[in-house]
Design a protein around this ligand. Structure first.
Ligand code: GSH
Length: 261
């Protein structure tokens, strides 16, 4: 009998690490004590800008730890000069600290077979990652609004007919429709551009943000179809198969939006 033993670190809200001993018809998990993980991710306890990195770290089967920090620890790290650009996420690696979520995603993506080897395809992936940045910022002006009704109104405006959210969702839907492979950057296989798009688009509709309701997605059948493709990709489906009750990550599971179809 041939057994494959692999080390899997599942970053999660629970901050638990496992070794998984995997063999034919058998997956057994057990807590173990071991030296600190090689890669240390720091971010807030939400999917946000770190989620794609978490997925890539998990798919790369690296030894990593998900350090979910709150305001006080963030301030401390910032004061101590541990955040290269004063923000999170950061990834501490054996070679030093890396900031910027897209740079981290590119770095880990290469180890997770999520970056095409063909230079043009790789450049299209980069193009998509950079091109998606305005989408990642659609709520940025709303976080500082303290009054919940005002904040809700401002966010609803982002997704009205003329809003930046609507404009960006339409653009993303068009890009996906143009792909001949169904993967966002028209790559042969799923890439880090898909990880970023999937985590970014559907993370927005988890219920975590006042004024942003998942029903908005009903107007984007192409995006829902894309959700189905990525959520059912075997590595992604496995990654999100066991999430904690009440987790914001429900939006990444197959059939998350089935009621909108
Ligand atoms: N371009 C950066 C943006 C990072 C960013 O905006 N981080 C936010 C959290 S999502 C942050 O650290 N905010 C705290 C602050 O700026 O004080 C990236 O993609 O990593």
């Amino acid at each position: 009998m041939h057994y494959v033993e692999s080390l899997c670190s599942f970053g999660s809200m629970e901050n638990v690490e496992y070794h998984a001993i995997v063999g034919p018809n058998m997956v057994r998990k057990r807590h173990i004590s071991r030296p600190p993980a090689l890669y240390q991710l720091y971010y807030f306890p939400i999917p946000g800008r770190a989620e794609g990195v978490r997925v890539a770290l998990s798919l790369a089967h690296l030894s990593w730890n998900d350090n979910e920090i709150m305001g006080e620890q963030f301030a401390q790290m910032k004061n101590d000069g541990k955040l290269p650009w004063g923000m999170v996420p950061i990834l501490q690696t054996p070679d030093g600290t890396l900031g910027e979520s897209t740079a981290i995603l590119r770095y880990i993506g290469g180890m997770a077979e999520l970056t095409p080897s063909d230079p043009f395809q790789a450049a299209k992936v980069d193009e998509f990652l950079d091109g998606m940045e305005p989408f990642s910022r659609v709520l940025s002006g709303t976080f500082s609004i303290e009054d919940v009704d005002e904040r809700t109104k401002a966010r609803q405006a982002v997704f009205n007919e003329e809003g930046a959210g609507t404009k960006n969702l339409k653009l993303l839907q068009t890009k996906i429709a143009e792909s001949t492979t169904g993967w966002v950057a028209n790559t042969r296989d799923m890439s880090i551009a898909d990880i970023r798009a999937f985590c970014g688009i559907f993370g927005l509709f988890s219920g975590n943000f006042d004024g942003i309701d998942k029903s908005i997605l009903a107007g984007y059948p192409g995006l829902l179809e894309y959700h189905d493709k990525v959520a059912n990709e075997p590595r992604i489906a496995k990654h999100y198969a066991n999430i904690a009750e009440g987790s914001l990550r429900w939006t990444y599971q197959p059939n998350a939006f089935a009621d909108l179809l």
